[in-house]
Each structure stands twice: as structure tokens, then as C-alpha cells.
Write a protein that binds this ligand. Structure first.
Ligand SMILES: Nc1nc2c(c(=O)[nH]1)N[C@H]1C(S)=C(S)[C@@H](COP(=O)(O)O)O[C@H]1N2
Ligand SMILES: [Mo]
Length: 511
């Protein structure tokens, strides 16, 4: 009964949140609070152990802990409802606290935790009363020994079982319903996609040449489909914001404060840029790197209009979900940098999980210091005054992307036919681009790889190379040289605090 009461509470909160304000689901809000308050070692452990599945693991673990507490509440309630009611109330208050602590908290958000608290207490008391009655009627036939009494006892117990099953099923339905309702931004996305299709671009990205990628040799396609684009964020519930409700306030150390609506943004010159984004957490050989055609407005132009005051060295962005980060102003103001506020990705509106309706993208900076999704506020300030989310967790202040490369084929631990073996992979060094990639086997002489057609310094560049392998085990390595002439360094370092280094290596057996 304790577990059912708490399940009903969680479900009622999630359903009401889905109807009135998706961000106010008490269960997800508690999860967000756990993420935010986690010590650094736990966060890093979760990321490395579970990768993108870390959110599912967290929610499942929370479910187990809460179910344990709820079962305890049930046991305390065997005789009187007061102790169980107290435990359910404490859980309910935790939901209230978590919802109210959210950065985007609004009074309407109180409805969901209220519904949760009410549902939990009502279900606990009702089931308890029902159980009490069926226990009494079960005791009666022993004295009265009437066949009537026996039948009543069985049916009372049945009522209890059916009531429990009903609460369980209704809870599952409510959780499903709340989740579906939270996906409400769909219509708005379709409208934005149509507006983008009809819009005239002030500047289109150059077409991608046919020879820019070697997918037939195992490299990724040049553009990553939005659905396959790597994803990193700390939000448990994706903000479902309609474009018409979006605004961005540019303020702080500026001459003129600017507030943009989505229509204001669409009325400005739209530019399209092909950009490879990377996560600072990407380990050597990892896949937290993707490329897309982003459409949006030039961020430098917007900042020039606002007039950045001298001394402001940080543009501090805040998201609808409460995440925040700071980007170096000197990078944003470089005329060729191409920093943008993006609304489109590969010809469509951004996907909700990639920042719909508007996100920031800055070529050459890791996402954690530049790529704020669901952006709603941009404050010009100083690094001394404010620190970004990952800065507070031990990561570096400035996050320029490091020159990197990856061997996609052959795969590590694979077996290849002895003789000429073709290697293929990617290399990147935003914003200067890649001028050379070399490969070698077993520490032997470096062999210069063929580079695919160049697209831009802001994107990855694919490469291929042939090596002769005799039968046996081999270590294949690669290293890239940047447009600046710098060769990718050999020593392996971990991603924290400012990005992994080291040559990628795969072990293969030639037969
Ligand atoms: N609101 C918000 N924006 C965010 C993040 C986040 O946690 N919340 N993560 C950042 C990080 S660390 C990266 S690498 C990029 C990833 O963007 P993507 O998920 O679209 O690939 O988003 C950035 N923007
Ligand atoms: Mo990241």
C-alpha cells in the first residue's frame, strides 16, 4: 500500500505537470536536484560508466530508493495511518522543494507537487481503510460460521486486490499520459521548419562536395542526421517550449539592452554554416562529435548592436532548463569565428533535445562553454563575476577544441586479411582545419593519408590510407596536423579539465 500510494503520487504529479507545465514534474525535479547536487566524482563516474544512459540509470535508481522508503511507510501503517502519512508527506515536500528550487520556477508549477501530495495521502488512507474493513470481515466468519460471512470476506479481499491493481494501472497510465503531454512543442516545430523552408538565406553554406566523406570505408557521413547527432545535457525533462513563447534578453555590460522574440530573430539576416561540434568529455576514439548545417543569426552582429562594454570578458548564457555557461567575449567577437544563434539544423527546426527553439553554436569551442540549448538569457559580464555549470565542477574556463583524430576502420580487436589494409577515419581542428593526417603500424614509419575534399576549417575532415600488414597482431595509430602546423600531441590525457589528448590507436589481427 505504501508503494502504491507513492506510485500514485509520482504519477499524479507527472500527469498534472504534463498538462500545466512539463518542467514541474516532482519526480523529474528531484532527479534534477540530485544531478545538480552530486559531487564531482559521482558525476564523472556516472558519465564514464553509463554514458548517455546515465539519466535512465539515475531515474531507475531513484525509483528503487523511493519504492524502498514507500514500502517502509506501508509497514509503519499496519495499525495507524499517521506514520505512513508522515512519510508520504515528507516525500511530497521533497517534491515541492525540488520544483521550487528550479531556476524557471513559476507559481503554476505548484499544481503538480500539490496533486502528488494529495494523491499520495488519499490513496494511502483509502487503501488502509479498505484493508481494515476486509480484515474485520475476514475475522467475523470464525464466530458466526455462516456461509454468507465467508462470501463477504472473500469479496472484500477481492475489492482490496482490485483497488490496488486499479491504482497501479492508473498510475502507469498517468505517467505515460504525462510523458506524452510533455511533448507538446511538436506543432511549433513544424511551423518553424516551414518558415525556414520559405525563408531566404542571406548566406548559404557552400554545398558539400561528393568526396568529402568515405562512408563506404567506414567513416561517418559528412553531415550527421539530427536524430543521430551526439547529445549531452544535464536536463532530465527536455524543455518543451513553443517558438512563439521564446525570448532572449541580452543585457549586463552592454550599451543597449536587447530583447529578441522568435519573430525578431527570423526577421534578421539568416545565415547557414556547416559546423562540427565536439564535447570536451569525448575520450580519444569517442563518438561525441557530429556535424550539421546550422541556420540562424550571426551572434557577433547582435552583440555589436547591443554594444559590449569594455571589460566584459564573458557572455554568460542561461537556458530555460536552468543550465548556464560562459563564453569568452573575445572569441565571440572575432569577425571570422561565425558564432551564431541557431534555429535550424540540416533543413529543419532544431529537435527538442538539441535546443528547440534556439541554441548557441560557436565553431572551435567545446559545447560546454558555448553551445547553450534552449537559450533564454545572455548576460555580458566578467569571468570573475560568474562561473558556468561545468566550471563549478572542475572543468576549464576557456574550452578551445583540441586537434584530434579517430580511426574508424579497421575496428579495434577486428581481424583483417593480411596484405594491403585500408584505414579510414576523421580528423578535426576547428577553426583552422586539418592539413595532414598520418598513420603507422607498430611504431613504424609514418605514412601520409589521403585527405577527403576540404569543406571548411570549422568541420571535420575525413581521411584514408593504406598500410601493408603481415600476418599477426598490429597496433595502428594516427595523428593529425592542424592548419596552424601543430601536430596532435602523443601523450594521453583524460578529458577533464579541458579535453583529452593522445593519438588514437586500434589493435587488429591480420590473417
Ligand atoms: N541547456 C543546456 N545546454 C547545453 C548543455 C546542457 O547540459 N544544457 N550541454 C552542453 C554540452 S556539454 C555540449 S557538448 C553540447 C551538446 O549539444 P548537443 O546535445 O546538441 O550535441 O550542448 C551544450 N549545451
Ligand atoms: Mo560537452
Amino acid at each position: 500500500m505504501g508503494v502504491l500510494a507513492v506510485a500514485a503520487a509520482v504519477a499524479a504529479g507527472h500527469l498534472v505537470a504534463g498538462i500545466v507545465s512539463p518542467g514541474s514534474s516532482p519526480f523529474l525535479a528531484v532527479g534534477d536536484a540530485v544531478v545538480r547536487l552530486s559531487p564531482q566524482w559521482l558525476t564523472e563516474f556516472a558519465k564514464s560508466a553509463f554514458g548517455t544512459a546515465d539519466k535512465v540509470v539515475l531515474l531507475a535508481a531513484m525509483g528503487v530508493v523511493i519504492a524502498g522508503v514507500a514500502a517502509g511507510a506501508g509497514l509503519l501503517t499496519r495499525r495507524r495511518t499517521a506514520p505512513g502519512t508522515a512519510v508520504v508527506s515528507v516525500l511530497g515536500l521533497a517534491g515541492f522543494a525540488a520544483v521550487m528550487a528550479q531556476p524557471a520556477f513559476a507559481p503554476l508549477d505548484l499544481l503538480a507537487p500539490s496533486a502528488a501530495l494529495l494523491a499520495g495521502i488519499v490513496v494511502l488512507r483509502r487503501l488502509h481503510a479498505l484493508a481494515g474493513r476486509s480484515a474485520q470481515s475476514a475475522a467475523r466468519p470464525a464466530r458466526e460460521s455462516g456461509s454468507e460471512g465467508t462470501r463477504v470476506a472473500v469479496s472484500r479481499r477481492d475489492v482490496l486486490v482490485w483497488a490496488s491493481a486499479g491504482v497501479g494501472a492508473a498510475s502507469l497510465l498517468a505517467i505515460g499520459g504525462g510523458t506524452l503531454l510533455s511533448r507538446g512543442a511538436g506543432d511549433s516545430r513544424a511551423t518553424v521548419t516551414a518558415r525556414l523552408a520559405a525563408a531566404r538565406l542571406a548566406q548559404a553554406a557552400p554545398p558539400i562536395p561528393a568526396g568529402a566523406a568515405f562512408p563506404e570505408l567506414g567513416t561517418p557521413t559528412f553531415l550527421t542526421a539530427a536524430a543521430s547527432f551526439y547529445r549531452i545535457d544535464v536536463a532530465l525533462g527536455i524543455p518543451r517550449l513553443a517558438a512563439e513563447d521564446w525570448t532572449l534578453r541580452v543585457h549586463g555590460m552592454v550599451d543597449r539592452e536587447v530583447t529578441l522574440t522568435f519573430d525578431d530573430l527570423m526577421a534578421r539576416p539568416l545565415v547557414e554554416r556547416t559546423i562540427t561540434m565536439t564535447c570536451v568529455s569525448n575520450p580519444v576514439g569517442g563518438d561525441l562529435i557530429s556535424t550539421a548545417n546550422f541556420v540562424g543569426i550571426d551572434l557577433r552582429d547582435l552583440l555589436l548592436e547591443a554594444g559590449v562594454r569594455p571589460g566584459a570578458d564573458q557572455a554568460f548564457a542561461t537556458s530555460v532548463d536552468g543550465w548556464y555557461t560562459g563564453t569568452p567575449v573575445d572569441v565571440l567577437m572575432q569577425p571570422d569565428r561565425g558564432a551564431m544563434l541557431a534555429v535550424g539544423m540540416n533543413g529543419e527546426a532544431l529537435l527538442p533535445e538539441h535546443g528547440f527553439p534556439v541554441r548557441m553554436v560557436v565553431p572551435g569551442l567545446y559545447g560546454y562553454v558555448s553551445a547553450t540549448k534552449w537559450i533564454s538569457d545572455l548576460e555580458l559580464t566578467t569571468f570573475a563575476a560568474r562561473s558556468g555549470y561545468w566550471l563549478e565542477r572542475g572543468w576549464a574556463e576557456r574550452g578551445p577544441v583540441k586537434t584530434g583524430s579517430r580511426i574508424d576502420r579497421p575496428r579495434s580487436s577486428s581481424t583483417v586479411p593480411a596484405g594491403t589494409v585500408t584505414l579510414a577515419g576523421i580528423a578535426w581542428s576547428q577553426p583552422d582545419g586539418i592539413t595532414r593526417v598520418e598513420v603507422r603500424a607498430d611504431g613504424g614509419p609514418w605514412v601520409v593519408a589521403d585527405l577527403a575534399s576540404d569543406v571548411s576549417g570549422d568541420t571535420w575532415r575525413m581521411w584514408r590510407a593504406d598500410l601493408d600488414l603481415v600476418p599477426g597482431e598490429h597496433t595502428l595509430e594516427a595523428r593529425a596536423t592542424a592548419g596552424t602546423g601543430t601536430v596532435q600531441p602523443e601523450p594521453r590525457t583524460s578529458p577533464i579539465p579541458d579535453g583529452a589528448t593522445g593519438w588514437p590507436a586500434v589493435l587488429v589481427t591480420a590473417r
